[in-house]
Design a binder for this molecule. Structure first.
Ligand code: PGA
Length: 254
């Protein structure tokens, strides 16, 4: 089964407008270096429009995503961003349930589930994040935790909806720590996730869903991850803030 690899940059709450433009222009100009890989940029919500404009000539070949959204289409939700607003600005993707959202902002699997359905209803592709903490891994609970997150976050999705999503496995202990999961550790969990997706839909559909790895992905460790059969790309934080590093990672998946 050949799945088109997808490498997304999660800029988190970094850069300013000028730097966002500069980074986007650099990625767009050099997009051809990783032509076989789908590229997505996920800037802070406030810069989505700027980044969309800076993609310019590479429109259609560099995707645009947000890092979070509310689940309602409009209403009295001060400070929130609605799915149709993201679509209006040209987003095709939205990261949901990132571990920082889960741990710092209290997002539960149930909340991620509602948002995932709302994203799909708005026509966005959700990148649904799951992953265990170090304590959970050391207690031998990785499979149980990831299983609970996948089942909870994706509950009630139809097979057709499941086929559209991207899943990101991001062990919390590997995010921003420089401590990447070994290719074997990552592959083991990716295979588990694909098995869960198969149970929620069918083996055929699960074989078409892209599962990204995230957590300290760098150009020098991406190739080993990319060789694993169930790793279909990367969700990149720190290294996505430099065009060289981001494209270096993308090339490793090409
Ligand atoms: P990192 O972040 O690449 O800086 O570890 C990944 C993520 O949080 O998506």
């Amino acid at each position: 089964m050949s799945r088109k690899k997808i490498v997304a940059g999660n800029w988190k709450m970094n850069l300013d407008r000028a730097k966002a433009k500069e980074l986007t222009a650099a990625v767009a100009a050099r997009r051809g270096e990783a032509a076989a890989v789908e590229l997505v940029l996920c800037p802070p919500a406030l810069y989505v429009e700027t980044v969309g404009a800076a993609i310019a000539g590479a429109k259609g070949t560099v995707g645009l995503g947000a890092q979070n959204m509310h689940d309602k289409a409009s209403g009295a939700f001060t400070g929130e961003v609605a799915p149709p607003m993201l679509v209006d600005l040209g987003c095709q993707y939205v990261i949901l349930g990132h571990s920082e959202r889960r741990t710092l902002f209290g997002e539960t699997d149930a909340a991620v589930n509602v948002k995932t359905k709302a994203a799909l209803a708005a026509g966005l592709v959700p990148i649904v994040c799951v992953g265990e903490t170090l304590e959970e891994r050391e207690a031998g609970r990785t499979a149980a935790v990831v299983t609970g997150q996948v089942q909870g976050s994706l509950a009630g999705l139809s097979p057709a909806e499941l086929e559209k999503i991207v899943v990101a496995y991001e062990p919390v202990w590997a995010i921003g720590t420089g401590k990447v999961a070994t290719p074997e550790q990552a592959q083991e969990v990716h295979a588990l996730i694909r098995g869960l997706l198969a149970k929620l839909s069918s083996p055929e559909i699960a074989a078409r869903v892209r599962i990204q790895y995230g957590g300290s992905v760098k150009p020098d460790n991406a190739a080993d991850l990319a060789r694993q059969p169930d790793i279909d790309g990367a969700l990149v934080g720190g290294a996505s803030l430099k065009a060289d590093d981001f494209l270096g990672i993308a090339k490793a998946f090409g």
